[in-house]
Each structure stands twice: as structure tokens, then as C-alpha cells.
Write a new protein. Structure first.
Length: 182
């Protein structure tokens, strides 16, 4: 039996993408997830490419049990609080300004309120300091690029069926009768 997941990486980065677009004003089609095959780099002067780069466990699983029938427990849910690091690359002549907007907004209640209102268990924790790192494009031209790492707490859960006993018969058995000494 396969377990199902409550929060996918696609959902996690979709809420981040929407936040980046809102705070920078960059057109959504120029705020893209990196490492997609056969997708050219955005052609707009200013654009953002974000790439999930690290998932770290924050705690031991939180386990819960419940009933879908209302009478007998039959479902198990394991939640793993996870620290998700996303590298955000900001390109273009306004990249320094845009990365400053991202750095400032991600460390404010603008971000915590936005993510809380998304309805998903995704919370911004912190961002690294912006760093300037030029990028050599396919024409061997240097493009302006600033980047930083945004760190989010995500709470994906997996759920599946679990067998439980609703009654139990207890008795006494002579151990040596069932498991003779060697």
C-alpha cells in the first residue's frame, strides 16, 4: 500500500514563486524554477530563477492515528518538520535592488503573513545575506546576478492505512511446551 503525501515540493515552491513575484513586481513568467530540462532561461531583462537545494530534518516524526470510518482507527500519519533551502538567483540590471527587496521582505512579517495566509504548512525562517556572483551566458557575456538562500520550514505528512486490533484475547501458555529448551 502506497502512502500519500500532504505537501508536495511543487506546492512549496509555488507559494514561494507567488511571493517573489508580488514583492518584486517581476512578471510571473519570468520567475521560474531552475533545473527544468528543455526550458530556456527567461528572456526578460530582470528575472528570477529559484532552485530547491537542500532538505534537512528538524525533528523526529510526529505520528498520529485517526479513523476514516468513525469507529476503528485505520489511518496513520507521520509528519516530518523539514528545513527547505531554496537558492534564489536574481538576474538583470535591477538585480541588486530586487535581491535587497527579497532579503528585506523575507525577514519581515510581510513574508510570515503571506505564507500563513496561503493555507499551506510553509513558514519562512530566514535568508542568507545577498551575494553578487556574475554569470557567463551562452554568448560569453557577463550578466548581472545576485543570489541568496531562502530557508523555509515545511511540514509534509505521509498517510496510509494502519491495521489495529479492536479486541484481544489474553491467555497463559507454558513456554517450555511451545519452545522446548535446546
Amino acid at each position: 500500500m502506497a502512502y500519500t503525501i500532504s505537501l508536495t515540493q511543487s506546492q512549496e515552491v509555488t507559494v514561494l514563486k507567488a511571493f517573489l513575484q508580488i514583492i518584486t513586481g517581476i512578471d510571473p513568467k519570468y520567475v521560474v524554477q531552475g533545473q527544468a530540462n528543455r526550458i530556456p532561461a527567461p528572456t526578460a531583462t530582470d528575472n528570477i530563477v529559484f532552485t530547491p537545494i537542500l532538505r534537512e530534518r528538524l525533528n523526529t516524526n510526529v505520528v498520529g492515528y485517526n479513523s476514516s470510518t468513525g469507529t476503528i482507527l485505520d489511518t496513520r500519519t507521520d509528519t516530518q518538520y523539514t528545513k527547505l533551502t531554496v537558492q534564489i538567483d536574481v538576474f538583470g540590471p535591477n538585480s541588486a535592488d530586487n535581491v535587497q527587496v527579497i532579503s528585506t521582505a523575507m525577514r519581515s512579517d510581510l513574508a510570515t503573513d503571506y505564507f500563513a495566509n496561503s493555507g499551506l504548512p510553509v513558514t519562512p525562517l530566514y535568508v542568507s545575506d545577498p551575494r553578487q556572483s556574475p554569470f557567463l551566458d551562452e554568448s560569453s557575456q557577463i550578466q548581472m546576478r545576485w543570489n541568496l538562500d531562502a530557508v523555509l520550514e515545511v511540514q509534509p505528512s505521509i498517510s496510509g492505512t494502519q491495521q489495529f486490533a479492536d479486541s484481544l484475547a489474553v491467555g497463559v501458555k507454558e513456554v517450555d511446551a511451545f519452545f522446548p529448551p535446546a
